[in-house]
Design a protein around this ligand. Structure first.
Ligand SMILES: *Cc1c(COP(=O)(O)O)cnc(C)c1O
Length: 404
């Protein structure tokens, strides 16, 4: 893991961003909630769409995260001039690699896009004929080995290249499945604890056989250290979502790692056209937005932000449990979505409503509040809220449960 000193060094090399000089203070900027205020037309209203308070988390269906004002400004800036797309990617990739102390980087079309182009780069290298051949992998290395417990569906990004998945359970089995068709080994950080093979062993097996390893860390900041950790651990490629914890453009992401592989991955992306990733374009505005979102994220006061989330969650928990029969549990998921999270349950003999009905009431009320949950619980996080909204959520929840 990156040392505190190295992180501080990296942070001190960041450009000073307006309004961040007094970063010890809990300002909207330091907690990343300095959202751009909509002006002019209310487009959502025009379209007849209801907006809502996001008490759930970074869900694509709920349009991800909200970009801080500085990110929106970077996007707007990008609209004012033309530049060469490849040169822009080169420069931004270099800056991101510098910030994250890794060999190389590129802005991708989300973590999903990073997985597709990363694997495509591994399969084809710098061979233009192979690049044009995908998704037909005849004669190419086209097997990706992963742990069975790591397949939660996002592996479809790997299948997009034309590759096949080979699933294993143990390290022994993993090594046995390696053959001259093996292109890459893929790891899902979110499910680290569900698989038998840990980071070090996984990377060591890849090294031993000369096969690149890739880790999907899409929703895995916070903690900020994760942006540095996995390239240091020896993973050859690392993917993050841009529009989750980093609060960049929702359709952008980061591919970090080995320069030769990322250069090869870029051969599949625009402006080149006869490739599988032509549709995974990232426009110049989002490339800039992603870069600035990352700078802001590295610069923010993570400790203060964590304390804010803890206080918000406690407030909502206290409010809900003030209703007789209601219980709560505050927990932090270990790898992905690693933020203070609340689970609320109740005795349905005392509080006569199901969690599903209660969630529906929250969603259909004023203002509308989106949560997650199942038959037994309501799940809440506050990291995607605008600070202050936790009070509304606390009140509405209490009201619904108390009146049931
Ligand atoms: C969200 C997510 C993805 C997809 O990321 P995008 O940035 O939306 O493309 C991939 N893998 C995991 C584990 C995720 O949570």
């Amino acid at each position: 893991m990156i040392s505190r000193r190295k992180l501080l060094k990296t942070l001190s090399s960041l450009p000073v961003i307006g309004g961040l000089a007094g970063a010890g203070l809990l300002t909207p900027q330091t907690i990343g909630a300095n959202m751009a205020k909509p002006v002019g037309r209310n487009l959502f209203k025009e379209l007849g769409l209801r907006t809502f308070i996001n008490a759930a988390g970074t869900y694509t269906s709920m349009t991800g995260s909200m970009m801080p004002k500085e990110v929106v400004e970077a996007i707007k800036f990008g609209t004012t001039e033309y530049v060469d797309l490849d040169q822009l990617h080169d420069k931004v990739g270099e800056r991101i690699a510098n910030l994250l102390d890794c060999e190389y980087a590129t802005v991708s079309s989300g973590a999903f896009g990073a997985m597709t182009i990363g694997l495509a780069g591994v399969i084809c290298g710098m061979d233009q004929k192979k690049v044009a051949q995908l998704p037909d992998t005849t004669g190419l290395k086209n097997e990706v080995i992963l742990q069975e417990a790591h397949d939660i569906g996002y592996t479809h990004a790997l299948l997009n290249t034309g590759a096949k998945l080979v699933k294993v359970k143990t390290a022994k089995e993993l090594e046995k499945k390696i053959n001259d068709k093996t292109a890459m080994l893929w790891f899902l950080n979110a499910n680290t604890d569900q698989g038998e093979v840990g980071y070090e062993e996984f990377v060591a097996i890849g090294r031993k056989h000369g096969i690149p390893t890739f880790i999907d860390c899409a929703a895995d900041v916070p903690p900020v250290e994760n942006l540095f950790k996995f390239t240091k651990l020896g993973f050859d490629l690392v993917a993050f979502s841009g529009g989750k914890g980093i609060r960049g453009p929702q359709s952008a992401g980061l591919l970090l790692g080995r320069k030769d592989l990322i250069k090869a991955a870029r051969l599949h992306t625009p402006p080149r056209g006869t490739t599988i990733a032509r549709g995974m374009k990232v426009n110049k505005e989002e490339v800039l937005g992603m870069m600035v979102a990352l700078e802001l994220y590295l610069n923010k006061d993570h400790k203060k932000e964590w304390e804010l989330w803890e206080n918000q969650i406690q407030l909502i928990s206290d409010s809900a449990t003030s209703v007789d029969g209601v219980e709560s549990e505050i927990h932090v998921p270990p790898h992905a979505n690693h933020v203070p999270s609340l689970k609320i349950t109740w005795d349905q003999n005392k509080v006569k409503i199901t969690p599903e009905e209660a969630r529906k009431k929250l969603k259909e009320g004023h203002p509308s509040i989106a949560t997650v949950g199942n038959k037994e619980t309501i799940g809440i996080t506050t990291w995607m809220m605008v600070p202050g909204q936790e009070r509304i959520v606390a009140e509405r929840l209490k009201e619904i449960l108390a009146n049931a």
